[in-house]
Design a protein around this ligand. Structure first.
Ligand SMILES: N[C@@H](CCC(=O)N[C@@H](CS)C(=O)NCC(=O)O)C(=O)O
Length: 235
């Protein structure tokens, strides 16, 4: 009974767009890319609000944006009075708002493993090569462009190597079996990002195969950095 009610509610939601969702995003931001995939997978309509991370000294540092996210990072999602940052919090919220398809498995052990894979990217790779870290390395330690690239490559390669090993026993066509989970939403943007630092996903055969499967899904295609309202004509 409750299940049926839940499903009916969810179906009604799927048909009814949620134009009151606003996503503050930057086309090339891998963390924003994760949330865009989730919104498209769940067929939730949203307003895209571009935050240019480089223009005007970085629009993420402007007061109007810091009032939303004091950390000055995208993504940031607004739904009515609720303002959320941190992709993990946002994905959890979206999973409650529109439970189908679920991003996190219900079984506790599987759910924890999916979160582990997400965090291997979210804590173990992305923050170490984030824009603010790169800028600090240059400003305070005089790191050259080449040194910054080499630094980033180190953390990306270390993280992807570990993910390749961790996911091996669990993977199917996606990170965990044959259903998309949040782990895929963290992996695919990180592989996009890896290429920007000349790390080739094909050096990680399992991850490359998962990427190929994910990129066949429309939601991943629509969320891609090349398809956003703020994607420049020439990059
Ligand atoms: N853990 C955060 C990471 C957010 C993050 O680092 N966003 C980057 C873009 S991918 C950013 O806004 N960087 C701006 C800066 O470093 O100044 C999340 O999952 O949302």
């Amino acid at each position: 009974m409750y299940l049926q009610q839940g499903r009916a509610h969810n179906e009604a939601m799927m048909m009814k767009p949620s134009p009151d969702i606003e996503l503050y995003s930057y086309f090339r931001s891998s963390s924003s890319y994760r949330v865009r995939i989730a919104l498209h997978l769940k067929a939730l309509e949203y307003h895209y609000i571009p935050v240019h991370l480089l223009k005007e000294g970085g629009q993420q540092h402007q007061k109007s944006f810091r009032d939303l996210n004091p950390l000055g990072e995208v993504p940031c999602l607004r739904h009515g009075p609720l303002v959320l940052s941190q992709s993990m919090a946002i994905l959890n919220y979206l999973d409650s708002l529109a439970p189908e398809p679920p991003l996190f498995p219900h079984a506790a052990s599987k759910r924890a493993q999916v979160v582990q894979a997400c965090e291997m990217v979210n804590s173990g790779i992305q923050p170490l090569q984030n824009l603010g870290v790169m800028q600090k390395l240059a400003q305070d330690f005089g790191a050259s462009e080449e040194q910054k690239q080499s630094w980033s490559r180190h953390w990306i390669q270390r993280g992807l190597r570990s993910l390749e090993v961790f996911l091996r026993p669990m993977a199917g066509i996606y990170c965990f079996g044959d259903e998309v989970t949040a782990a895929d939403l963290y992996l695919i943007p990180q592989l996009y990002n890896a290429r920007r630092f000349s790390v080739e996903p094909r050096d990680y055969p399992l991850l490359a195969k998962i990427e190929e499967s994910c990129l066949q899904i429309e939601a991943f295609q629509k969320a891609a950095p090349g398809q956003q309202p703020d994607t420049p004509a020439e990059r």
